[in-house]
Design a protein around this ligand. Structure first.
Ligand SMILES: Nc1ncnc2c1ncn2[C@@H]1O[C@H](COP(=O)(O)OP(=O)(O)OP(=O)(O)O)[C@@H](O)[C@H]1O
Ligand SMILES: [Mg+2]
Length: 234
């Protein structure tokens, strides 16, 4: 579904990503893990069209999306949950979700999605009329995921959903990802929490200093001695 070939990108004089190649197949959960500053968010920005690549190509279902603007990429079915969440704080939970669904221009579908999201995250339904800014970090993350799901994406791109959350909330958020995937949504997760991210992934990639240094099944990577020493301290 997503095919990235020899991608390089960066800011001004600084090259951050070099020669990234990876694939995410339809129906998969793929995780890309890496430390602070490895270039994870830069990769997400480059895929989403907010940062122009310097080299390489990005394809979605065979279509070249490398140079498309962000709004076109969103319409083709990639939804992102940005690092730091970026909600509309002055709006209610329900309005935040409905805005996500506007891109569909399909009221019936929007209603179905809303119902499913409330089923997935009952807390959101209980607090649907409250302002997003009154939410805890974990609730905001659920809302950000819900808003992305409102667009009926084929590919959900998550940038560090665990960031700033208490461990129990990270658990709650992560346990929903297989459920989302079971609904036919392909997931590409970019994370610093190596253990959790590889645990739920069918396949994973390890990003170091802007380059992919390892790849394999989630289970194989978690058993790799080098990876365990570098990222899990065991
Ligand atoms: N807007 C920017 N302008 C210049 N340099 C940037 C910009 N954003 C990120 N960088 C640099 O690019 C490199 C990769 O940053 P990036 O945010 O992609 O890392 P990350 O893997 O997402 O890290 P984190 O886990 O902290 O979110 C870092 O050295 C960072 O300082
Ligand atoms: Mg980041």
């Amino acid at each position: 579904m997503l095919e990235i070939t020899n991608l390089s990108s960066g800011y001004g004089d600084v090259q951050v990503l070099s020669g990234i190649s990876l694939t995410v197949g339809e129906g998969e959960v793929v995780s890309l893990v890496g430390a602070n500053g490895a270039g994870k968010s830069t990769l997400v920005r480059t895929i989403m069209g907010t940062l122009p690549p310097r080299e390489g190509s990005i394809r979605l279902d065979g279509q070249d999306i490398t140079d498309l603007p962000a709004h076109r990429i969103a319409r083709l079915g990639i939804a992102q949950v940005m690092e730091g969440r970026r909600l509309f704080n002055h709006m209610t939970v329900e309005d935040n979700l409905l805005i996500g669904g506007d891109i569909l221009r399909d009221k019936q579908r929007s209603r179905e999605n809303l119902e499913w999201i409330f089923y997935l995250f009952p807390k959101l339904e209980a607090r649907r009329r409250q302002l997003a800014r009154s939410f805890s970090g974990g609730e905001q993350q659920m809302l950000a995921i819900g808003r992305a799901l409102m667009t009926s994406p084929k590919l959900l791109l998550l940038d560090e959903p665990s960031i700033g959350l208490a461990p129990i909330m990270v658990e709650t958020v992560f346990e929903k990802l297989p459920e989302i995937n079971a609904r036919g949504i392909t997931i590409f997760l970019v994370e610093q929490d190596v253990h959790r991210a590889l645990n739920i992934a069918s396949r994973g990639y390890v990003l170091e200093h802007g380059q992919i240094v390892m790849s394999g099944s989630g289970a194989d990577l978690l058993e790799d001695d080098g990876l365990r020493k570098a990222y899990l301290g065991i």
